[in-house]
Design a binder for this molecule. Structure first.
Ligand code: PRP
Ligand code: URA
Length: 206
């Protein structure tokens, strides 16, 4: 399943992020706000279980989340989505995957991995602003599956059709959520029109 979350608030904030005149502070703040809005949509079908509680007026059957949620940002740029999602799911656990894309080959290279326990029974949200060739997302999903994860969602801000197709072919069981599907990848593997290098714009490294 591939869902592009066309929402006026998300599109408005994403337009600010795309603008090359937008500085690090506004880029980061808008990413954080979009992450929260996306989380609301991505969590729409989270499983719940009934609980019997007492309100001040009497007995009531309520519903609470029944599965542990684990948010897994792909370092570095995925960090920019973490706080916004955690505001909506403060009980979520957090794992980390360190990957960088070789600038020549565009192949992802793993440099860090740290996860909470019980991935088999958890709902995993792998988060990264950019889905370009799909190589990083596919490697991240492979890493999670190798450790037992079964229920995985991929949450990205901007996707390229090439990357979405590659992930769908490699991992048809993984639901993909995007804020926007862009036009294409250029000859150096950047999304067009995209927003440039997400990690550099979040952390001010260029
Ligand atoms: C960027 C981005 C994704 C990856 C997408 O990270 O945040 O992780 O590229 O490209 P792909 O779909 O072709 O794999 P990058 O490797 O630049 O590392 P960074 O987050 O540390 O900047
Ligand atoms: N990584 C980015 O940060 N931006 C792109 O457009 C592609 C990969």
């Amino acid at each position: 399943m591939l869902e592009v979350l066309n929402h006026p608030l998300i599109t408005h904030k994403l337009t600010i992020m795309r603008n090359k005149e937008t500085g690090t502070k506004d880029f980061r703040e808008n990413l954080d706000e979009i992450a929260e809005l996306m989380a609301y949509e991505v969590c729409r079908d989270l499983p719940v279980r009934s609980v019997d509680i007492e309100t001040p007026m009497g007995a009531c059957t309520g519903y609470e989340l029944s599965k542990q949620v684990v948010i897994v940002p792909i370092l570095r740029a995925g960090i920019g989505l973490l706080d916004g999602i955690r505001r909506l799911i403060p009980t979520a656990k957090v794992g980390f995957i360190g990957l960088y894309r070789d600038e020549e080959t565009l192949e992802p290279h793993e440099y860090f991995a740290k996860f909470p326990k019980n991935l088999e029974d958890s709902i995993i949200m792998i988060v990264d602003p950019m889905l370009a060739t799909g190589g990083s997302a596919i490697a991240a999903i492979d890493m999670m599956k190798k450790r037992g994860a079964k229920n995985i969602r991929l949450v990205c801000l901007v996707g390229a059709p090439e990357g979405a197709k590659a992930v769908q072919e490699a991992h048809p069981d993984v639901d993909i959520y995007l804020a926007a599907m862009d036009d294409h990848l250029n000859e150096i593997g950047y999304i067009v029109p995209g927003l440039g290098d997400a990690g550099d714009r979040i952390f001010g490294t260029k």
